[in-house]
Design a protein around this ligand. Structure first.
Ligand SMILES: Cc1cc2nc3c(=O)[nH]c(=O)nc-3n(C[C@H](O)[C@H](O)[C@H](O)COP(=O)(O)OP(=O)(O)OC[C@H]3O[C@@H](n4cnc5c(N)ncnc54)[C@H](O)[C@@H]3O)c2cc1C
Length: 394
């Protein structure tokens, strides 16, 4: 059967979430197409950090709704074997005196006003939670207990399995090569394994979203940016009980978390290496880059002065000009819905984004308004710029 009600292009954590939510909301004849395998795109590269801390309030709301799913993942998916690999260790964020202090103060106040559980900690209290870290210069420290990290690949494959159990068809190894437009609206897709028809197509293609522009001529402001992630082995363990830490005082706006219960996973939260074309192949990590990140880590975690590099890898972000995603319909082409440009923070939003996109596709009211995320904002200047500047904290 090549006729479907909705076709989803992309089986990453966002696409599989959309597919599951479509089925859960009662859609039938849902088809997901991916040229790779489920979760094998940028989802497999995610650091997996979950928090509601954002300086853009719309993101706080999506993250809050998503956390409720991560917390009760198997129950929500009605699949006892589903797992998000969730570690609820909390999220610490600190800023010294300087340009990040006012944005942090405003963001924490906004979160509290929205009813997010949040504590303001003194340096000694923060050190009780993360004893391997020094907080002597911190002017403000926020702690979010309902936060931590999870496994994005596991979440994508769990969404996919639960979706399949509800009748969604997922075809892997199917390369979508063209969007079919008939009488001014979407009619389906042409792929490496044949043509599939549907009145609604949802593109969740991440760094490959530029194909939409090639297929339709509609501007798609997204670029691929490569980022480095290191796993460091220090003399003292970074245990699962220790919170994720965001260091707004470091030049790279570092984030770190436990990796495997002993090592530290660390990466920078600033602009990365711009790629001329979307590509998830591993990039080079120079010794200078390792030394630079290592120096920033040691300034904050003194025992890591003697840390060893356990492993290192790269991952690619789909970055928009304001570091926030484009979500929703493209008015220029009826039947097409997009979600791209997660700019390094899409995993934590994926459950709520999947649900609102499914609602939009089915003509239902959306849980949160998609208007702020419209492509139109790049034309009318109502950008969703975060207070911290360019970087995945947004
Ligand atoms: C290094 C790194 C660290 C990150 N850390 C975090 C974090 O800590 N917290 C957080 O919230 N987020 C984080 N992110 C971001 C998050 O992981 C991503 O936003 C999220 O996984 C993206 O999911 P996706 O479904 O949009 O994309 P993808 O997983 O890339 O899926 C897109 C899919 O579309 C398919 N596709 C594209 N074009 C076509 C086509 N024409 N035909 C068929 N298939 C197609 C691809 O094959 C791919 O499988 C991180 C990302 C990276 C790279």
């Amino acid at each position: 059967m090549s006729q479907h009600d909705v076709i989803v292009i992309g089986a990453g954590v966002v696409g599989t979430s959309v597919a599951w939510h479509l089925a859960a909301l009662g859609a039938s004849r849902v088809l997901v197409l991916d040229r790779l395998q489920v979760g094998a795109g940028t989802t497999a590269q995610s650091s997996g950090i979950l928090r509601t801390h954002y300086s853009v309030p719309e993101n706080v709301e999506l993250a809050r709704r998503s956390w409720q799913v991560f917390e009760r993942f198997a129950e929500t998916l009605q699949d006892d074997e589903a797992s998000a690999g969730l570690v609820t260790c909390g999220y610490l964020i600190a800023a010294p005196e300087g340009d990040k202090l006012a944005p942090l103060r405003a963001s924490l106040a906004a979160q509290q006003a929205m009813g997010i559980p949040l504590q303001i900690l003194g340096a000694a209290e923060a050190a009780e939670r993360l004893p391997i870290c020094r907080f002597a210069d911190a002017a403000l420290i926020g702690f979010e207990p309902e936060a931590g990290f999870a496994d994005a690949y596991l979440v994508a494959t769990s969404f996919a399995r639960a979706a399949r159990r509800r009748g969604v068809k997922i075809i892997e190894g199917a390369d979508v090569q063209q969007l079919i437009v008939e009488h001014g609206r979407v009619a389906g897709v042409e792929t490496s394994v044949g043509r599939f028809d549907a009145p609604t197509v949802i593109s969740v293609q991440n760094i490959w979203a530029g194909e939409i522009e090639r297929w339709t001529g509609i501007t798609t402001p997204v670029r691929a940016e490569r980022h480095r992630v290191l796993a460091l082995e220090g003399p003292l363990p970074y245990s699962f009980a220790m919170p994720v830490f965001k260091d707004l005082g470091s030049r790279g706006m570092l984030y770190c978390r436990s990796y495997g219960g002993t090592q530290m996973l660390v990466s920078e939260g600033i602009a990365g290496e711009a790629l001329s074309a979307p590509d998830i192949e591993p990039g080079e990590i120079s010794l200078d880059a390792v030394a630079d990140i290592g120096e920033q880590v040691a300034a904050r975690f003194p025992s890591f002065e003697s840390a060893g590099l356990a492993s290192a890898w790269t991952g690619v972000y789909d970055v928009t000009p304001d570091w926030n995603p484009v979500l929703g319909r493209l008015p220029d082409l009826p039947g097409l819905i997009v979600a791209y440009g997660f700019s390094g923070h899409g995993f934590k939003l994926s459950p709520a984004v999947g649900r609102v996109l499914a609602q939009e596709a089915l003509g239902l009211p959306t849980d949160v308004s998609l208007a702020p995320y419209a492509l139109e904002r790049f034309r009318n200047g109502r950008l969703l710029s975060g207070r911290y500047g360019a970087g995945a904290v947004s």
